[in-house]
Design a protein around this ligand. Sequence first.
Ligand SMILES: NC(=O)c1ccc[n+]([C@@H]2O[C@H](COP(=O)([O-])OP(=O)(O)OC[C@H]3O[C@@H](n4cnc5c(N)ncnc54)[C@H](O)[C@@H]3O)[C@@H](O)[C@H]2O)c1
Length: 267
Amino acid sequence: MSGRLEGKVAIVAGAGASGNVIGNGQATAILSAREGAKVVCADLFEERALATVDTITREGGQSFALRADASKAADCQAMVRAALERFGRLDILHNNVGISVRADVLEVTEEQWDRVMAINVKSIVLAAKYAIPGMVKAGGGSIINVSSVAGLRANQSTPYSTSKAAIVGLTRSMAGDHGRQGVRVNCILPGLIYGPMTAPRMDDDIRRKRREAGALGTEGTAWDVAWAAVFLASDEARWITGVALHVDAGFLVMSPTTSVRLAQQKF
Ligand SMILES: NC(=O)c1ccc[n+]([C@@H]2O[C@H](COP(=O)([O-])OP(=O)(O)OC[C@H]3O[C@@H](n4cnc5c(N)ncnc54)[C@H](O)[C@@H]3O)[C@@H](O)[C@H]2O)c1
Protein backbone atom coordinates (compact mmCIF):
# COMPACT_ATOMS: atom_id res chain seq x y z
CA MET A 1 0.00 0.00 0.00
CA SER A 2 1.07 3.57 -0.59
CA GLY A 3 0.53 5.12 2.86
CA ARG A 4 -2.04 7.63 1.66
CA LEU A 5 -3.45 7.96 5.19
CA GLU A 6 -0.10 7.76 7.02
CA GLY A 7 -0.16 9.68 10.31
CA LYS A 8 -3.93 10.07 10.31
CA VAL A 9 -6.41 8.82 12.89
CA ALA A 10 -9.82 7.59 11.76
CA ILE A 11 -13.07 6.65 13.45
CA VAL A 12 -15.27 4.25 11.53
CA ALA A 13 -18.78 4.18 13.02
CA GLY A 14 -20.37 0.86 12.04
CA ALA A 15 -17.03 -0.86 11.48
CA GLY A 16 -18.39 -4.38 11.82
CA ALA A 17 -20.32 -6.48 9.34
CA SER A 18 -23.84 -7.75 9.97
CA GLY A 19 -23.28 -10.93 7.93
CA ASN A 20 -20.63 -13.21 6.48
CA VAL A 21 -19.84 -10.97 3.52
CA ILE A 22 -17.41 -8.07 4.00
CA GLY A 23 -19.25 -4.82 4.90
CA ASN A 24 -18.66 -1.24 3.70
CA GLY A 25 -17.56 -0.05 7.12
CA GLN A 26 -15.41 -3.11 7.68
CA ALA A 27 -13.66 -2.79 4.31
CA THR A 28 -13.14 0.94 4.87
CA ALA A 29 -11.59 0.34 8.30
CA ILE A 30 -9.27 -2.36 6.92
CA LEU A 31 -8.24 -0.38 3.84
CA SER A 32 -7.70 2.80 5.89
CA ALA A 33 -5.35 0.86 8.18
CA ARG A 34 -3.54 -0.63 5.17
CA GLU A 35 -3.05 2.96 3.95
CA GLY A 36 -1.44 3.90 7.26
CA ALA A 37 -4.30 5.25 9.41
CA LYS A 38 -4.81 4.31 13.04
CA VAL A 39 -8.43 3.21 13.20
CA VAL A 40 -11.07 3.27 15.94
CA CYS A 41 -13.58 0.58 15.04
CA ALA A 42 -16.92 1.48 16.67
CA ASP A 43 -20.01 -0.66 16.42
CA LEU A 44 -23.22 -1.34 18.31
CA PHE A 45 -22.01 -4.96 18.59
CA GLU A 46 -18.54 -5.09 20.09
CA GLU A 47 -17.83 -8.55 18.67
CA ARG A 48 -18.37 -7.24 15.14
CA ALA A 49 -15.94 -4.38 15.73
CA LEU A 50 -13.48 -6.85 17.27
CA ALA A 51 -13.58 -9.02 14.14
CA THR A 52 -12.52 -6.02 12.04
CA VAL A 53 -9.82 -5.05 14.54
CA ASP A 54 -8.57 -8.62 14.46
CA THR A 55 -7.97 -8.41 10.71
CA ILE A 56 -6.25 -5.02 11.02
CA THR A 57 -3.92 -6.09 13.81
CA ARG A 58 -3.08 -9.39 12.08
CA GLU A 59 -1.97 -7.29 9.10
CA GLY A 60 0.22 -5.12 11.36
CA GLY A 61 -2.11 -2.12 11.61
CA GLN A 62 -3.12 -0.15 14.71
CA SER A 63 -6.73 -0.29 15.81
CA PHE A 64 -9.03 -0.87 18.72
CA ALA A 65 -12.69 -1.78 19.10
CA LEU A 66 -15.35 0.19 20.89
CA ARG A 67 -18.98 -0.60 21.56
CA ALA A 68 -21.02 2.47 20.71
CA ASP A 69 -24.57 3.22 19.71
CA ALA A 70 -24.00 5.99 17.16
CA SER A 71 -27.55 7.25 17.60
CA LYS A 72 -26.76 8.24 21.20
CA ALA A 73 -24.94 11.48 22.03
CA ALA A 74 -23.05 10.05 25.02
CA ASP A 75 -21.69 7.15 22.94
CA CYS A 76 -20.56 9.48 20.14
CA GLN A 77 -18.80 11.68 22.66
CA ALA A 78 -17.11 8.63 24.19
CA MET A 79 -16.07 7.42 20.73
CA VAL A 80 -14.30 10.70 19.97
CA ARG A 81 -12.77 10.89 23.43
CA ALA A 82 -11.39 7.35 23.05
CA ALA A 83 -9.80 8.23 19.69
CA LEU A 84 -8.14 11.34 21.14
CA GLU A 85 -6.95 9.56 24.30
CA ARG A 86 -5.54 6.48 22.55
CA PHE A 87 -4.21 8.00 19.33
CA GLY A 88 -3.79 11.70 20.22
CA ARG A 89 -5.63 13.28 17.29
CA LEU A 90 -8.57 12.87 14.94
CA ASP A 91 -8.50 13.38 11.17
CA ILE A 92 -11.20 11.17 9.65
CA LEU A 93 -14.78 10.35 10.63
CA HIS A 94 -16.45 7.69 8.49
CA ASN A 95 -20.18 7.52 9.24
CA ASN A 96 -21.22 4.12 7.88
CA VAL A 97 -23.99 3.18 10.31
CA GLY A 98 -27.25 2.39 8.55
CA ILE A 99 -30.34 0.23 8.85
CA SER A 100 -33.27 -0.38 6.55
CA VAL A 101 -36.97 -1.06 7.07
CA ARG A 102 -39.05 -2.29 4.15
CA ALA A 103 -42.21 -0.15 4.33
CA ASP A 104 -44.14 2.52 2.50
CA VAL A 105 -45.94 5.38 4.28
CA LEU A 106 -49.04 3.24 4.80
CA GLU A 107 -47.09 0.46 6.45
CA VAL A 108 -44.39 2.23 8.43
CA THR A 109 -44.91 2.66 12.16
CA GLU A 110 -43.94 5.82 13.96
CA GLU A 111 -41.41 3.84 15.97
CA GLN A 112 -39.80 2.42 12.78
CA TRP A 113 -39.63 5.85 11.19
CA ASP A 114 -37.98 7.43 14.24
CA ARG A 115 -35.53 4.54 14.57
CA VAL A 116 -34.34 4.71 10.95
CA MET A 117 -33.96 8.48 11.13
CA ALA A 118 -32.10 8.27 14.46
CA ILE A 119 -29.66 5.59 13.31
CA ASN A 120 -29.13 6.75 9.73
CA VAL A 121 -29.23 10.54 10.08
CA LYS A 122 -29.04 11.70 13.70
CA SER A 123 -25.99 9.49 14.25
CA ILE A 124 -24.06 11.56 11.69
CA VAL A 125 -25.02 14.83 13.38
CA LEU A 126 -24.00 13.54 16.81
CA ALA A 127 -20.72 11.97 15.71
CA ALA A 128 -19.76 15.12 13.80
CA LYS A 129 -20.76 17.36 16.70
CA TYR A 130 -18.08 15.79 18.89
CA ALA A 131 -15.54 15.01 16.17
CA ILE A 132 -15.25 18.43 14.51
CA PRO A 133 -13.57 20.24 17.46
CA GLY A 134 -10.94 17.47 17.60
CA MET A 135 -10.39 17.70 13.85
CA VAL A 136 -10.00 21.46 14.00
CA LYS A 137 -7.27 20.97 16.62
CA ALA A 138 -5.49 18.62 14.20
CA GLY A 139 -5.61 21.32 11.50
CA GLY A 140 -8.69 20.04 9.70
CA GLY A 141 -10.26 16.76 8.78
CA SER A 142 -12.45 14.70 6.50
CA ILE A 143 -15.97 13.46 7.26
CA ILE A 144 -17.45 10.83 4.98
CA ASN A 145 -21.12 9.99 5.26
CA VAL A 146 -22.50 6.82 3.70
CA SER A 147 -25.70 7.55 1.82
CA SER A 148 -27.12 5.30 -0.93
CA VAL A 149 -28.48 5.39 -4.47
CA ALA A 150 -31.73 4.55 -2.66
CA GLY A 151 -31.78 8.19 -1.57
CA LEU A 152 -32.32 9.21 -5.19
CA ARG A 153 -34.62 6.41 -6.32
CA ALA A 154 -37.75 4.64 -5.06
CA ASN A 155 -36.56 1.56 -3.21
CA GLN A 156 -39.59 -0.08 -1.52
CA SER A 157 -38.32 1.40 1.73
CA THR A 158 -39.54 4.95 2.24
CA PRO A 159 -37.88 5.55 5.63
CA TYR A 160 -34.55 4.28 4.29
CA SER A 161 -34.72 6.28 1.04
CA THR A 162 -35.72 9.42 2.94
CA SER A 163 -32.88 9.02 5.40
CA LYS A 164 -30.35 8.49 2.61
CA ALA A 165 -31.60 11.59 0.73
CA ALA A 166 -31.33 13.54 3.98
CA ILE A 167 -27.69 12.52 4.23
CA VAL A 168 -26.96 14.26 0.91
CA GLY A 169 -28.54 17.48 2.23
CA LEU A 170 -26.84 17.12 5.59
CA THR A 171 -23.47 16.58 3.89
CA ARG A 172 -23.81 19.75 1.80
CA SER A 173 -24.94 21.77 4.81
CA MET A 174 -22.04 20.52 6.94
CA ALA A 175 -19.57 21.14 4.11
CA GLY A 176 -20.72 24.76 3.90
CA ASP A 177 -20.65 25.27 7.65
CA HIS A 178 -17.23 23.77 8.38
CA GLY A 179 -15.12 24.39 5.28
CA ARG A 180 -13.44 27.44 6.79
CA GLN A 181 -12.38 25.27 9.73
CA GLY A 182 -10.58 22.95 7.33
CA VAL A 183 -13.16 20.19 7.66
CA ARG A 184 -14.23 18.60 4.38
CA VAL A 185 -17.54 16.76 4.33
CA ASN A 186 -18.51 14.41 1.50
CA CYS A 187 -20.86 11.50 1.05
CA ILE A 188 -20.74 8.27 -0.88
CA LEU A 189 -23.78 6.75 -2.56
CA PRO A 190 -23.10 3.03 -2.92
CA GLY A 191 -25.10 1.25 -5.58
CA LEU A 192 -26.41 -2.31 -5.60
CA ILE A 193 -23.37 -3.86 -4.02
CA TYR A 194 -23.04 -7.42 -2.79
CA GLY A 195 -22.74 -6.83 0.96
CA PRO A 196 -24.03 -8.07 4.31
CA MET A 197 -27.27 -6.07 4.12
CA THR A 198 -28.27 -7.51 0.76
CA ALA A 199 -26.50 -10.87 0.33
CA PRO A 200 -28.96 -12.92 2.44
CA ARG A 201 -31.80 -12.02 0.05
CA MET A 202 -29.99 -12.95 -3.14
CA ASP A 203 -29.78 -15.92 -5.45
CA ASP A 204 -27.78 -16.09 -8.68
CA ASP A 205 -30.64 -14.65 -10.75
CA ILE A 206 -31.04 -11.61 -8.49
CA ARG A 207 -27.30 -11.03 -8.47
CA ARG A 208 -27.30 -11.09 -12.27
CA LYS A 209 -30.17 -8.60 -12.45
CA ARG A 210 -28.43 -6.29 -9.99
CA ARG A 211 -25.23 -6.48 -12.04
CA GLU A 212 -27.19 -5.65 -15.18
CA ALA A 213 -28.83 -2.64 -13.53
CA GLY A 214 -25.57 -0.71 -13.76
CA ALA A 215 -23.99 0.68 -16.92
CA LEU A 216 -20.84 -1.34 -16.26
CA GLY A 217 -22.75 -4.60 -15.78
CA THR A 218 -20.38 -5.80 -13.06
CA GLU A 219 -20.95 -6.59 -9.38
CA GLY A 220 -19.65 -4.21 -6.74
CA THR A 221 -18.43 -5.06 -3.25
CA ALA A 222 -17.63 -3.18 -0.09
CA TRP A 223 -14.05 -2.76 -1.35
CA ASP A 224 -15.32 -0.45 -4.10
CA VAL A 225 -16.92 1.76 -1.45
CA ALA A 226 -13.79 1.57 0.70
CA TRP A 227 -11.49 2.75 -2.11
CA ALA A 228 -13.73 5.79 -2.63
CA ALA A 229 -13.71 6.46 1.12
CA VAL A 230 -9.90 6.26 1.30
CA PHE A 231 -9.62 8.73 -1.56
CA LEU A 232 -12.03 11.21 0.09
CA ALA A 233 -10.20 10.84 3.40
CA SER A 234 -6.78 11.38 1.86
CA ASP A 235 -4.98 14.64 1.10
CA GLU A 236 -5.46 13.81 -2.60
CA ALA A 237 -9.03 15.08 -2.04
CA ARG A 238 -7.90 18.27 -0.26
CA TRP A 239 -10.00 20.45 -2.61
CA ILE A 240 -13.12 18.29 -2.59
CA THR A 241 -15.99 19.02 -0.23
CA GLY A 242 -19.79 18.82 -0.39
CA VAL A 243 -19.67 16.09 -3.02
CA ALA A 244 -22.14 13.19 -3.36
CA LEU A 245 -20.00 10.51 -4.99
CA HIS A 246 -21.90 7.73 -6.76
CA VAL A 247 -20.10 4.40 -6.42
CA ASP A 248 -22.63 2.42 -8.39
CA ALA A 249 -21.26 1.09 -11.69
CA GLY A 250 -23.44 3.68 -13.42
CA PHE A 251 -26.74 2.57 -11.86
CA LEU A 252 -27.93 6.19 -11.62
CA VAL A 253 -27.28 6.91 -15.27
CA MET A 254 -29.43 4.01 -16.46
CA SER A 255 -32.95 4.63 -17.78
CA PRO A 256 -36.00 4.88 -15.45
CA THR A 257 -37.43 1.67 -16.94
CA THR A 258 -34.55 -0.23 -15.40
CA SER A 259 -35.46 1.12 -11.97
CA VAL A 260 -39.11 0.16 -12.39
CA ARG A 261 -38.10 -3.37 -13.34
CA LEU A 262 -35.88 -3.59 -10.26
CA ALA A 263 -38.60 -2.25 -7.97
CA GLN A 264 -40.92 -5.04 -9.10
CA GLN A 265 -38.45 -7.75 -8.12
CA LYS A 266 -39.12 -7.46 -4.38
CA PHE A 267 -35.52 -7.79 -3.30
N1 LIG B 1 -25.08 -3.12 1.01
C1 LIG B 1 -25.57 -2.32 0.12
O1 LIG B 1 -25.97 -2.75 -0.96
C2 LIG B 1 -25.62 -0.83 0.40
C3 LIG B 1 -25.98 0.00 -0.64
C4 LIG B 1 -26.03 1.36 -0.41
C5 LIG B 1 -25.72 1.88 0.84
N2 LIG B 1 -25.38 1.04 1.84
C6 LIG B 1 -25.07 1.64 3.14
O2 LIG B 1 -23.84 1.14 3.63
C7 LIG B 1 -23.87 1.17 5.07
C8 LIG B 1 -23.65 -0.17 5.72
O3 LIG B 1 -23.13 -1.06 4.89
P1 LIG B 1 -22.37 -2.30 5.46
O4 LIG B 1 -22.08 -3.15 4.29
O5 LIG B 1 -21.22 -1.87 6.32
O6 LIG B 1 -23.52 -2.98 6.37
P2 LIG B 1 -23.46 -3.80 7.69
O7 LIG B 1 -24.87 -3.95 8.13
O8 LIG B 1 -22.65 -5.03 7.50
O9 LIG B 1 -22.63 -2.90 8.70
C9 LIG B 1 -23.20 -1.89 9.43
C10 LIG B 1 -22.66 -1.99 10.83
O10 LIG B 1 -23.25 -0.93 11.57
C11 LIG B 1 -23.55 -1.42 12.85
N3 LIG B 1 -24.60 -0.61 13.46
C12 LIG B 1 -25.93 -0.65 13.22
N4 LIG B 1 -26.56 0.25 14.00
C13 LIG B 1 -25.59 0.85 14.74
C14 LIG B 1 -25.62 1.88 15.72
N5 LIG B 1 -26.75 2.45 16.13
N6 LIG B 1 -24.44 2.28 16.26
C15 LIG B 1 -23.27 1.71 15.87
N7 LIG B 1 -23.20 0.73 14.95
C16 LIG B 1 -24.35 0.32 14.39
C17 LIG B 1 -23.97 -2.86 12.65
O11 LIG B 1 -23.83 -3.62 13.83
C18 LIG B 1 -23.05 -3.30 11.53
O12 LIG B 1 -21.90 -3.96 12.02
C19 LIG B 1 -25.23 1.64 5.48
O13 LIG B 1 -25.20 3.01 5.76
C20 LIG B 1 -26.04 1.31 4.24
O14 LIG B 1 -27.21 2.07 4.18
C21 LIG B 1 -25.31 -0.30 1.64
